[in-house]
Design a protein around this ligand. Structure first.
Ligand SMILES: Cc1ncc(COP(=O)(O)O)c(C=O)c1O
Length: 338
């Protein structure tokens, strides 16, 4: 409960407002009586299902305890101490954090406005660069890198530079210029794709994600994973969630409709917003005072959004797109200040 006795709505972590699919919940319930048992050494069924879904052989899939585990493994085991990680200044914080935690140098490229402009990365690429990380769509700005730009990056950087594209929000994208990264991965073995069950699949609490990469890289990452890092409930929920295509399609189309609603309404109210391709909206303010005022007004109404200051970004908020009633509440609430 908030100070005003209102049930808070979580709009700060880009979770699916509908929760997991009923099929995933049934999978969890079914397995709940087996939690005294260890999961298998390798989640083979899930791996095979992911391979079929992504039209790649199972040897190109690594299942992980969320994307965080893979980001950490990549920073730690694919980058030597004298090599560098390259990322952007306004992207997902886990890339620079995991570089820091693993004692790896992280070089930061500036974004061009809200876009991950890959030219800015290319200009900072040196013979020390080992891994490039970025999110597509980008968190927190919601912008995308197009297929052509990603292909150009892969054609430009040497093959020993690993390009990690984090597609945590890919299911929400409606822009047709979005990369077919799985196709590109077949031609560029230095491309690593990260996917997660934490967002549209609604399973963030079960910590389950996966990567698609060349066989050699998958082997190195798998060899260095903590033994049995994938928990039984996460594994079985993910298997069941993959069968509920209808639920995912519904979540994506609902999000796209609500995203348009929020974008148009926020724009009409005079906020600086951009056309997000994800399940959140990014708001940029003239100063921190204005941002704090909006944050506090929403908070009083139980609408808990993300103040990006926690990630070192000033003058900006990120609001997860919720269910229709929540989005209307956001607009009603903000109408009072504008
Ligand atoms: C771009 C991006 N990648 C990965 C994650 C985290 O994924 P996971 O829960 O699979 O570790 C997030 C969570 O906010 C994210 O925004």
């Amino acid at each position: 409960m908030t100070k005003n006795n209102i049930e808070p709505v979580r709009l700060m972590a880009n979770e699916n407002p509908f929760g997991p699919s009923p099929k995933a919940l049934a999978g969890i319930n079914e397995q709940s009586q087996n939690v005294h048992c260890y999961p298998d050494w390798v989640p083979q069924t899930l791996k095979e299902k992911l391979a079929a879904k992504n039209q790649v052989p199972p040897k190109n899939i690594i299942v992980s305890a969320g994307s965080y585990e893979l980001i950490n493994l990549i920073s730690r085991f694919l980058v030597n101490r004298d090599e560098e990680i390259l990322t952007f200044d306004n992207t997902f914080i886990a890339y620079s954090l995991s570089a820091k935690r693993n004692g790896r140098k992280c070089v930061i490229a500036h974004m061009s406005g809200l876009d991950c402009n890959l030219e800015n990365l290319i200009s900072l690429c040196t013979n020390k660069t080992k891994v490039i990380f970025f999110a597509n769509p980008n968190n927190p700005t919601g912008t995308i890198v197009t297929h052509d730009s990603l292909k150009n990056l892969l054609e430009t950087v040497p093959d020993n530079v690993l390009v990690v594209v984090d597609e945590a929000y890919c299911e929400y994208v409606t822009d047709e210029s979005y990369p077919d990264s799985r196709q590109l991965q077949k031609d560029f073995s230095n491309l690593i794709i990260l996917r997660t069950f934490s967002k549209i699949y609604g399973l963030a609490g079960l910590r389950i994600g996966y990567g698609i990469a060349g066989e050699k890289l998958v082997k190195i990452l798998a060899k260095n994973q903590i033994l049995r890092s994938i928990n039984l409930l996460g594994e079985k929920a993910a298997e069941a969630a993959l069968d509920d295509v209808e639920y995912i399609n519904h979540s994506a189309s609902y999000n796209s409709k609500e995203r348009a609603y929020l974008f148009n309404e926020l724009k009409q109210l005079g906020f600086v917003v951009n056309e997000s391709q994800a399940n959140f909206q990014y708001l940029l303010f003239q100063d921190n005072e204005q941002k704090n005022n909006v944050y506090e007004t929403l908070e009083k109404d139980g609408l808990m959004v993300c103040d990006l200051e926690i990630f070192g970004q000033e003058k900006s908020l990120r609001i997860t797109i919720g269910q229709s009633e929540t989005n209307q509440r956001i607009i009603d609430c903000l109408s009072q200040i504008k």
